[in-house]
Design a protein around this ligand. Structure first.
Ligand SMILES: NC(=O)c1ccc[n+]([C@@H]2O[C@H](COP(=O)([O-])OP(=O)(O)OC[C@H]3O[C@@H](n4cnc5c(N)ncnc54)[C@H](OP(=O)(O)O)[C@@H]3O)[C@@H](O)[C@H]2O)c1
Length: 297
């Protein structure tokens, strides 16, 4: 089993769960030194870059299931082109290596929406490229992941913790379906055990559909903070740069692309996840409560 993106937010949390299930795990990272000491001693660590095909041939040798948990938004000036090339490399290498299944975590959003942000459009394109290479691909699509360290949720936290009055554009009313990190990981784990099938897209989300404004209000309520959200018609680059000043510089680029996607609804539109999995994800209250409890423990 290969986990790409093993240094990332999702990948680094998935690996210990696979180890607990006694899976033989190989982790890939551009700088494998970043993985040292993070996982069980018998987990294999390997240097690899999805933009370098030769390194993928080595990383995918002998692998049955490969998790694709990578994006290029923090490093590349043209992340869409990099993510396209990376997916083509990975799909071709997986096919050549005889990989049985790719499990890819992408983003929700309606493919038919002409206003879909470059970030969400690119996430969908990656799924399409992986599917087209002929290796069975399960593309899980999620929206905001609620957990400490998840950039999208950290943005909500940073804004709410620090700004008593928030000037927010109309995306405050965009519907979304946030998912708790432990539910997301349960889907990723269960996806490897599905019976062999055609490639498929499975939309996943928490129990509640709500607006980004509601997420901010619920977080503020649980933290006992009084917050005023003032809607304005558009998101100016100035406003968005003010918010991004609240996150660390290393996360600035990714945050910028995520903010562009806030205008697009990210909700589950088909019931496939309920048919395929027995997971019944929690709602926003419990998801935020988990984050706050972890922080205080
Ligand atoms: N977090 C969320 O809220 C959320 C929500 C919905 C969907 N997702 C999806 O979940 C997946 C993982 O996201 P994440 O939040 O875990 O991201 P993340 O924390 O930013 O991690 C990204 C990972 O990609 C790796 N990477 C980047 N370029 C690479 C390359 N050229 N070769 C090899 N590895 C490379 C990074 O490794 P380095 O250490 O080498 O940089 C890192 O491990 C993405 O597909 C994302 O769209 C996330």
């Amino acid at each position: 089993m290969l986990v790409t993106g093993a240094t990332g937010y999702v990948g680094s949390r998935l690996v210990p769960l696979l180890e607990r299930q006694k899976m033989a795990v190989r982790c890939m990272a551009r700088t494998s030194a970043k993985l040292l000491g993070r996982f069980a001693p018998d987990t294999e660590l390997m240097a690899g870059d999805v933009l370098e095909r030769a390194s993928l041939d080595v990383a995918l040798a002998g692998v049955g299931t490969a998790y694709y948990l990578v994006h290029s938004m923090s490093g590349s000036s043209d992340f869409e082109e990099s993510d396209r090339r990376a997916a083509m490399n990975f799909a071709a290498a997986a096919s050549a290596a005889g990989v049985r299944r790719i499990i890819y975590l992408g983003g929700l959003g309606d493919d038919a929406d002409p206003t879909l942000s470059p970030h969400l459009r690119s996430r969908h394109e990656v799924g399409r490229i992986l599917r087209e290479a002929g290796v069975e691909t399960i593309e899980l699509r999620a929206s905001l992941v609620v957990g400490a360290g998840s950039l999208s949720f950290d943005l909500v936290k940073a804004l709410t913790d620090r700004l008593p009055v928030m000037i927010c554009p109309k995306w405050l009313a965009t519907p979304t379906q946030p998912i708790a990190i432990d539910d997301l990981l349960a889907y990723l784990l269960a996806a490897k055990d599905l019976p062999p099938e055609e490639s498929q897209v499975i939309e996943i989300g928490g129990a509640d559909v709500l607006t980004y404004g509601d997420v901010i209000r619920e977080y503020a309520r649980q933290r006992g903070l009084r917050r005023w959200l003032i809607p304005v018609p558009v998101l100016t680059p100035y406003l968005s740069s003010l918010w991004l000043a609240l996150v660390t510089p290393a996360r600035f680029d990714v945050g910028r692309h995520l903010i562009e996607g806030l205008k697009n609804p990210t909700v589950v539109r088909d019931d496939r996840a309920r048919e395929r999995f027995s997971i019944r994800p929690k709602g926003i209250r419990a998801a935020i409560c988990d984050v706050l409890e972890q922080r205080s423990s």
